[in-house]
Design a protein around this ligand. Sequence first.
Ligand SMILES: *[C@@H]1O[C@H](CO)[C@@H](O)[C@H](O)[C@H]1NC(C)=O
Ligand SMILES: *[C@@H]1O[C@H](CO)[C@@H](O)[C@H](O)[C@H]1NC(C)=O
Ligand SMILES: *[C@@H]1O[C@H](CO)[C@@H](O)[C@H](O)[C@H]1NC(C)=O
Ligand SMILES: *[C@@H]1O[C@H](CO)[C@@H](O)[C@H](O)[C@H]1NC(C)=O
Ligand SMILES: *[C@@H]1O[C@H](CO)[C@@H](O)[C@H](O)[C@H]1NC(C)=O
Length: 482
Amino acid sequence: MHLLPYSLALSVLALAPESLAAPQPAPTSLSRSIPLLRRKPVRNGSEWLKAQKDLLEIKYGTKSGLEKRASGFNLLTNQGADSSFYGSIAVGTPAVSYDVILDTGSSDLWLAAADGVSSSSNGIPTFNPNASTTFNNLNTAFSISYGSGAARGTLGQDVVQMAGFEVSAQTFGVVTQISSNLLSSPVSGLMGLGFQSIASSGATPFWEALVNSGGTLDEPLMAFQLTRFVNDTNAQQLEPGGTFNIGSTNSSLYTGDIDYQDIPSGQEGYWIQELTGLTVNGNSVNFTSGSASYAAIDTGTTLVGGPNDAIAALYAQIPGSQALTGDNAGYYTYPCSTDVTVALRFGSSSISWPVSNADFLLMQVSESTCVGGFFALDTSGTSAPPWIVGDTFLKNVYSVFRADPASVGFATLSSTATAMNGASGSAPSPTVGKAAATVSGTAAASTDKAAGNGALPVELASVAMWAAVLVSGLVSAGGLLF
Ligand SMILES: *[C@@H]1O[C@H](CO)[C@@H](O)[C@H](O)[C@H]1NC(C)=O
Ligand SMILES: *[C@@H]1O[C@H](CO)[C@@H](O)[C@H](O)[C@H]1NC(C)=O
Ligand SMILES: *[C@@H]1O[C@H](CO)[C@@H](O)[C@H](O)[C@H]1NC(C)=O
Ligand SMILES: *[C@@H]1O[C@H](CO)[C@@H](O)[C@H](O)[C@H]1NC(C)=O
Ligand SMILES: *[C@@H]1O[C@H](CO)[C@@H](O)[C@H](O)[C@H]1NC(C)=O
């Protein structure tokens, strides 16, 4: 989960005319090869009418007795010029909606609680268990630590809805203590989209409950299209963030095939891919392969972090680059006049996915000096893999997280998708939809995973340490709110 800066004033750069290209029409190649014939209507009037009505009722969730829904989507918000991306969920009875960071780099769901986090002081909408008739307090301590902060509280269960799906007894953290830099209003919490095996609570994540229920989802996968605003000087704090799909991909957001690469055997936990190729402006960068090049594909991390020597080798390919020191050690500066295209290849794929210069250029710090979006970090001694591949990369692809076979897929963004980059608009507001599919509860927290004494799990505490060291010079150090 995220390693970076909301607090950074991005003193970015050139302003190009806004490219507000309208969504492209679907490809029309078919109409060239297939003559347009007016077919005889085959539908039976009254049956057809009824079928159409049923379809509409399913679409809007008004058909009673409906048990299943194949797929759903959630419109995202881009917060702080690509610092984070959030969607919305609804919790409890009556259902109340909340914005949550969607994080493939962790596996716990939690919300700031009305009893602890003071909403008046920081504007974060909070969850009040007393106000939900279906809330079940598990009376178990919960704590989790991320690269950029920590959260503590207790575990509870309640009805959780998202993208048209409902889990009737989802376990989640009701958080009463939270690092001050972890959330930024209007976000109330975080939904982990990693595998259960790395859940601090031990609970089955929402998405996995849907997959495990069998037959609820069209396909056992989730997909993201994330927007880019980092190079847009007019970017507002909140902008449209793209699309999260669950149960199916959205073929209007990508072109060509999705290139799936398996998660290395036994590595399900984070969404792991083996980095097998790294180039800078076409020149190969040396890095250690095998498990030393395992990468977590992480929508909840802003940047891309990798081992010291690989990141040093990467910047060695950019003349004039320089490692920062002290509080900013791990980051590098380079001449803003250099256009940098880094490309990443994963698994046995033959495709190298380029990261645009716009994403590589994290910020300008002087007239001619910029800071790059790839930084060195040391995850040794933690549960995290050596590489964390976050939004700096993910904004450049359509990304798919598939449970079975366990794999991550990337595809080329369509022009419909890229037209949303820098296209200002109002951020979607959280809404309570009508759930069309319900699956029953998630497994209760297992005691070995739950931090019953309120202590941070060792490996996660270490993750917090490395990231705190790396970003402390850039992000105001966050103390607990109380
Ligand atoms: C058309 O629908 C009606 C009403 O359901 C039914 O009685 C009739 O047999 C159908 N006709 C055909 C050709 O399917
Ligand atoms: C919820 O109820 C408990 C027990 O009555 C009370 O101590 C607590 O303050 C209440 N919390 C809120 C946020 O109303
Ligand atoms: C941001 O970068 C993208 C990709 O390079 C480019 O297409 C777009 O025009 C840039 N936007 C601005 C506002 O400079
Ligand atoms: C797919 O994406 C397009 C373009 O954003 C959108 O209009 C459409 O509603 C999406 N459909 C689904 C099922 O996600
Ligand atoms: C990359 O590694 C190979 C083998 O260790 C070495 O021969 C080569 O010089 C290295 N290249 C760079 C640019 O460091």
